[in-house]
Unconditional design. Structure first.
Lengths: 284, 284, 284, 284
């Protein structure tokens, strides 16, 4: 069995922590038991914390509400950085005034983009004979549309008109319970990209823009260098790869995607090496 | 513009012809006009002909009926070789007596496998707590199931039990009218393969086993060597690549997937070089 | 630990055996100890045997000599089927009289193609201003040329003239001793294909044409159906995948690439399932 | 033919310009004729400029010298941001004191890393029995080593010891004259990554970290927002993709990789859409 360290003994040496959410702070059953201690400890030590999530289906406010409802008052909207926010930044800079962003996802996922003053239109509501106003396309969420009908419609829209396509969640699947997974919008986007042969723009860990957004947020709160920040995640290819590449120290926790008995073999076979390994992010 | 030859001047030099169906003999509007002349010419010249199709959604009998209904009496079931047949061959040899093949597709697509004495079960009818009898899995057709529900269910079945997975149609999309395409089962299979990280077995052009099946059928009718057979198709990566690799001479026709104005650029950029290029497979 | 069966108890039920060579009959130290017993047993039982190898660097005669020199008189050239032979078949059918096949590899690897009456020219000897006579290109062996100079020269040749490119050995690396591997010509070909963006023709396991060649050879000796043949190999993605797909029963042996402690995890994670698992192909 | 705009009419609206070097400012024959006018114009208008290059073979000082030697006094080392600098940043943050970075490349390419106080060791000088001090690996340049010997040695080093691997130049090839290209270190790295099955860390356009480095440099000189910066490049997949994704306006110039007659087809088929298209970056 792999040798782990206590999370407390590590985190105390940093000025700020970036947390992945699923598998680190919560799982399909709810909060990771004891995780509230971690936030109380960080508050006492005046260590800043931020959540980095490849979730573009909800606004930071909605994501924060989940924690508030479970008594973790520390996780507020301003602590949450999502790949949906990076996508929104992009659309704000690149979509012309008055034009629309077509999307696959729920109304919730699009609502967030609209808060930036952008127009959106669900693929199911598009008239393929009236697409002049559509300037960009976003893959936001795997729910909210009919897969067969609307993915095919999206393909034909993208064949009719050349436009920038953004994938706001690059995860390929996500757990729905102890045993089962569900296909994430990232996989659907990969399939469409291969069929139409174009190059999509991807946001979300391990991409540097996600870490940049979080780093800029941290800089608003404290003066901190990259090597004074700890990235904590349960997935080698997103959390640890992205954190390492951005120059952060990284902790792999074994409370999520990467099972204790597989951790060493996954690290060896992937070549993605966390700075530390901990059982979980719980401070006992 | 690319220089083409008359199909008659080429085909007369061969003992047998392998035809791709869609884009060569028919398109979304029906038979390619004049194609019946081709079959009458081949009959007069005693040149044998066979259809090779990456279509696993229907039996040869059902595929042949389409031609019969349109007056092409020459295209009978025994002239048709489909990737569904190669898949059925595989299941006959490899699935144990009494066990089942799970599938995504229409009942029609599964019915064909059942004619070989095999049991099949649609993914939607599977009880994930009772899967001992399921020994193999087939991707057959993009219709006949709920994409969201059943593709996710297929993924969780394949995570629960390790079994051979066959992709009986490797096309990534197909035309539904002049302008639009629809995602083919091959793309859905590629997505599932990537998510679960396993290696699927693929049948259909350009794979050699498809050509082997057709060649063995031809040998039942005549004594013919590979270089006495002409492969006729509209798609470089399946028809022409597969034919070349199997040692056949090949004709690219410009009546389907490969448009006349793009033919030369596609050949140059792909490095897949047909022996000949013809406007169509019609014998004037 | 995985449960294995004795090779003798399995092989006795078949009319013919296809052996992979490296990791099954020999390794970097020489013959697998005791393997000669296997051939004597097969001879006594009148079970036919053939070697299928992704080795295009030597002729069957040269490959057989290695076994003869070590006292295995049973392995003669007519028992050996190599991916180089499939490539030679292709060139015989597709290269015009008088034209040349350019190649990367040793003179030995090209000599074999020349025995079929074809002309060859090593990349290092090509004058890039005189390439009209070059009709096809072959990746044969990782030795016999300067990697830096000649791979770059090959790329520029293939950019200047569109021609069919054959990869006669699709292995990506090969062991040179207990610990170390060496890059195989298949990896160099993959790199060149990606750089020039074209589609190469690949021969060798798991491709069906390799198995077809061996099956046709077997049919010259005996009347045998596919499910009466046993494929024996140490590598899931080539030997076992290819054998399964061709409809053969398969044995994974643990004397080569797939280590005993990793066999089950490799089978589970790849979804490539051998019919049987044996310690080795040695008949005690 | 595609409609282009004059570079002057566009660039005048921005506070800063990011230039790709090869194909924009220079080509294999030397400086792009007239490009010095562009720098003089930008100086007059007080528009800042920076060079972003996927070149990790030389230090900014050496890269700047090339321009100085040709009379472009404006291009000084502090204006140049290379993927080698991003790699050096990474090593400074992640490699422990006293440990070494193994590399493939020239001594020049490694010298630059050493200026940050890091130790380096060329693969050819490594003793594979004494690798405890090697903590990281860098692909720097395609020259300076024996491809056959040293790439194989690198593979066996990376199999013996798990370490982070950085690819400091992700280009797959580069032009050596009007007609010919040469394999870049990025392609060699891709090949090694595939053989050993690990995940390498890639720096250089289109990756966001390259743009972040340049943006941080610009912020030292002026107060500028992302949408006040213009990225100018000749390659859709690196310059334009990366610039768009980072939120910059982009200009595709037709003086390099993307030929005028192919520009529209490349844009349509890739889905990578520059904000503007110009014949060149020359201000007349």
């Amino acid at each position: 069995m792999i040798r782990t360290k206590s999370f407390r003994s590590i985190v105390k040496n940093y000025k700020a922590v970036f947390f992945d959410a699923f598998g680190v702070l919560k799982n399909h059953q709810g909060l990771i038991p004891g995780i509230i201690n971690t936030f109380e400890y960080l508050d006492r030590k005046e260590i800043k914390y931020y959540l980095l999530t490849n979730d573009s289906s909800r606004s930071p406010e909605m994501l924060a509400q989940w924690y508030q409802d479970r008594g973790v008052r520390q996780v507020t909207a301003d602590k949450i950085l999502s790949s949906g926010m990076v996508a929104m930044e992009y659309f704000k800079l690149k979509v012309s005034n008055g034009n629309s962003v077509a999307y696959l996802g729920t109304e919730n996922s699009a609502h967030y983009i609209e808060t930036a003053g952008l127009k959106t239109v669900a693929v199911k509501n598009i008239d393929l004979n009236d697409i002049d106003h559509i300037e960009s396309f976003a893959f936001l969420d795997d729910e909210g549309f009919n897969w067969n009908e609307d993915i095919n419609k999206a393909i034909n829209l993208l064949r009719k008109k050349n436009m920038a396509v953004v994938v706001a969640n690059t995860d390929i699947n996500y757990p729905v319970n102890q045993n089962d997974v569900s296909i994430a919008i990232g996989s659907l986007a990969d399939m469409v990209e291969k069929i139409i042969g174009k190059s999509f723009i991807r946001f979300g860990k391990p991409d540097a823009q996600m870490f940049l957004l979080a780093y800029e947020r941290a800089l608003q709160d404290i003066d901190v260098k990259r090597n004074e920040i700890l990235m904590v995640g349960d997935t080698l290819h997103t959390d640890i790869m992205g954190g390492n590449k951005f120059g952060l120290d990284t902790v792999l926790v074994l409370s999520g995607n990467t099972l204790p008995e597989m951790a060493q073999i996954r690290i060896s076979s992937s070549g993605i090496i966390p700075t530390f390994i901990c059982e979980s992010a719980v401070v006992e």
